[in-house]
Design a protein around this ligand. Structure first.
Ligand SMILES: [Zn+2]
Length: 466
C-alpha cells in the first residue's frame, strides 16, 4: 500500500463514517474501519479531520485569450491555486475561434495545459461559430472525451450564438451523448441597455450590473429550457445568479425535464451588488457576468442548492489583474474584463457559508463541489467519490481550522481575491491527487505537468435526477 489515510472521518455525498483509506497505484484500494498500518509506505494521520473526495471545479478559464492578452492565471498557477483549495480536477473551457474547428480549440487548450497542470483536467468546448461542419465535429469530440459544449446567449457581436444555432446544436449534442450548456443572459437587451447607459455618461462599474438585469438572465434561461425541450436535449445552465433563473429551472425540473444548474460562490451573498460601489474603481474587481445581484437573490439560490434545483457549485475562475487589466475599463465599464478568481476558495467558502450556517449538510457540500459534477459531466465514479477503484483524489479538510481569506495566503497569480477579509472556520489542509500528496499545510508540492487530461464518458442523465 502506497499511502494510508488513518483515523479520519470519510465524508461522501451519501455517508459520513469513521474509516481508514488505503491507496495503491493512484487508486483507492480499501476503505475500512481499521486498516493495518504496517504494510503502508506512508501514513497520514487524519484524526479530527474530514476525508472527502477532491473537489471538481467544472468551470475555470485558465489562460483564456482576452484582447490580445490572457487571463492572469494559466494552467500552472491556476491548478496550483486549485490544489491549495482542495480541488483535484478542473474542467476548463476551450474556446472555438471564429472560423476555427473544434479540434483546433481542443488541441490549443491541451497544449496550454500539458507540461503545466498540477492536477487533472478535462475540457468543455465553447462553440461560438456554429456551421454545419462544426455540428458534424461534435461527435468526433465526444470520441476524444469532450462530452459537454457551451453556448453563449450573451456577448452580442462576439461569442453569442442565435436561437437557431443553439437549437440545432442541442439536437446534435443530445444525439451524440453530450451535454449542452448555456451562459443564459439576453445579449440583445444587454447591448441596448449598455449603449443607453454609456450615452448618458453612466460608465462606472456599477452600471455593469444595472445593464445586465436579472430579468435578462431569467428570460434567457427560460428560452434555453424551451429550446432544449423542443430539441429533446438535456441542458445545463452555468453560473446561475438570479432568482428568476432559479424559478425557470425549478419549474422545468418539477415538470420532469432534465435541466441542471450551476452556481458560484460569488453569487451566494458574501459579496453582492453593493460591492460595485467600492471607492477608487474597486467595484471593478467584482465585474463578472452575470453580475453580482442584490441581497434578495442569494437566499433563493441557497434554497435551490438545499432542495436540489441547482446541483453544482464551481468557481468560474476567470482572473484578470485589478491593476493593469481591470483598470482598462476606468472610463467605460464595458472595457472591464469580465471575471473573478475563486478556484482556491470555493470549498472553504461553501463549507463556511453553507454547512456552518446550517444551509446545507456536509453530504450536500460534497455532492455540490464534487460528486454531482462527476455524475453530470461523465467522470463518475473514476472521480467524485471515495470508493474502491476510484482515483485517489482526496482532500483532507480540517473543520476547526480558522483563517481569514486574503490575497496574502492565496496561491494564484492574480492580484486580488474577491473574498478578501472573509473569516472561515474549516479549510482544506491536504490535497491528494491520484495518491500523491500535492498540497500540505499551505504549500503546493505537486510538480507542474503531473496533471493529466481526463477523457470523459458520454453523459448519463440517469445518474443524477434529484
Ligand atoms: Zn465562465
Amino acid at each position: 500500500m502506497d499511502l494510508l489515510i488513518k483515523g479520519g472521518t470519510v465524508v461522501t455525498a451519501q455517508e459520513m463514517v469513521r474509516a481508514d483509506v488505503g491507496i495503491e497505484g493512484g487508486k483507492v484500494v480499501e476503505v475500512a474501519s481499521h486498516i493495518d498500518a504496517t504494510a503502508a509506505k506512508k501514513v497520514v494521520d487524519a484524526s479530527g479531520k474530514y476525508v472527502m473526495p477532491g473537489a471538481i471545479d467544472a468551470h475555470t478559464h485558465f489562460k483564456m485569450p482576452f484582447m490580445g492578452a490572457y487571463t492572469t492565471d494559466d494552467f500552472l498557477t491556476g491548478t496550483r491555486s486549485a490544489a491549495a483549495g482542495g480541488v483535484t480536477c478542473i474542467i476548463d473551457f476551450a474556446l472555438q475561434s471564429k472560423g476555427g474547428s473544434l479540434k483546433q480549440a481542443l488541441e490549443t487548450w491541451k497544449g496550454m495545459a500539458e507540461g503545466n497542470a498540477i492536477i487533472d483536467y478535462a475540457f468543455h468546448i465553447a462553440i461560438t461559430d456554429c456551421t454545419p461542419s462544426i455540428l458534424d465535429e461534435i461527435k468526433d469530440m465526444v470520441q476524444e472525451g469532450v462530452t459537454s459544449f457551451k453556448f453563449f446567449m450573451a456577448y452580442k457581436g462576439s461569442l453569442m450564438v442565435d436561437d437557431a444555432a443553439l437549437f440545432e446544436s442541442l439536437r446534435v449534442t443530445s444525439e451524440c451523448g453530450a451535454l449542452g450548456a448555456v451562459h443564459a443572459e439576453n445579449g440583445f437587451i444587454i447591448d441596448v441597455l449598455q449603449k443607453e447607459a454609456v450615452a448618458r455618461g453612466n460608465v462606472a462599474p456599477k452600471y455593469h450590473a444595472l445593464t445586465r438585469p436579472p430579468e435578462a438572465e431569467g428570460e434567457a434561461t427560460r428560452r434555453a429550457i424551451s429550446l432544449a425541450k423542443m430539441a429533446g436535449a438535456p441542458l445545463l445552465v452555468v453560473h446561475v445568479s438570479a432568482k428568476e433563473a432559479v424559478r425557470a429551472i425549478e419549474e422545468a425540473r418539477m415538470a420532469g425535464q432534465i435541466v441542471y444548474g450551476e452556481t458560484c460562490p460569488q453569487y451566494l451573498g458574501i459579496i453582492d451588488a453593493s460591492n460595485y460601489e467600492e471607492p477608487d474603481f474597486g467595484g471593478a474587481k467584482y465585474v463578472c457576468s452575470p453580475p453580482l445581484r442584490t441581497k434578495d437573490h442569494p437566499p433563493v439560490l441557497w434554497d435551490a442548492l438545499r432542495f436540489g434545483f441547482l446541483q453544482e457549485v464551481s468557481s468560474d475562475h476567470c482572473s484578470f489583474d485589478f491593476n493593469g487589466q481591470k483598470r482598462l475599463g476606468k472610463d467605460d465599464f464595458r472595457a472591464i474584463p469580465n471575471g473573478c478568481p475563486g478556484v482556491e476558495t470555493t470549498l472553504g467558502v461553501l463549507h463556511n457559508e453553507g454547512v456552518n450556517k446550517g444551509r446545507i449538510s456536509l453530504n450536500q457540500l460534497v455532492a455540490l463541489v464534487s460528486t454531482n459534477s462527476a455524475k453530470i459531466y461523465g467522470l463518475y465514479p473514476q472521480k467524485g467519490t471515495i470508493a474502491v477503484g476510484s482515483d485517489a483524489d482526496i482532500v483532507i479538510f480540517d473543520p476547526d481550522k480558522e483563517l481569514v481569506v486574503s490575497q496574502k495566503i492565496m496561491h494564484h497569480a492574480v492580484d486580488y481575491t474577491p473574498f478578501e477579509g472573509y473569516s472561515v472556520k474549516g479549510w482544506p489542509v491536504m490535497t491528494i491527487s491520484r495518491g500523491e500528496i500535492i498540497y500540505e499545510d499551505g504549500e503546493v508540492k505537486g510538480a507542474p505537468g503531473r496533471g493529466k487530461f481526463v477523457p470523459r464518458k458520454p453523459i448519463n442523465t440517469k445518474l443524477l435526477l434529484a
